[in-house]
Design a protein. Sequence first.
Length: 135
Amino acid sequence: KVRWYGRGPQASYPDRKSGYRMGQYDSSVDEMYEPYLIPEDHGVRMDWRWVEFTSDTGKGLRFAMDEPFSFNAYPFTTGNLTKSVYQYQLKKSGNVTVNLSYAESGVGDTSLGILRGYRAPVTVYERTVFISACR
C-alpha cells in the first residue's frame, strides 16, 4: 500500500502538474502502474512531503524530506523495466522498487520534446532524507 501527501492522485510531472491538487492520497504499487506501449519509468508523483509504503498489516517505511520531492514505485526491478521492450517481458520481482527524486524533467510531447523551463538542471543537490518505521 502507498500513502502520500503531495500532488495526486494520478502521476504528475513538472510540465503536467498544475491540474493535480495537493492532498493525502492512497493507492497501491500495482495501481500506480502505467501500461505504456513500450515499458519505461512511470507513475511519478510530484511535490510530496512524505510517502509511506506498508504491507497489509500496516508495517512499512515512511520517507520524508527537508524539501518537496517526487517519488514513484513499481513491482519490477529497474533492470527488468529498462531492458523490456514489450509489456509481457515485465516480471514482478516480489519486491518493490522505490525511487525518490529531487528533480524531475518534464515529459514534453512528440513534436517539441521537453521545453527548457521543465528540464532538470545538472547540478549538485543536497537534501536530507528522513526514514522511519510505520506503526
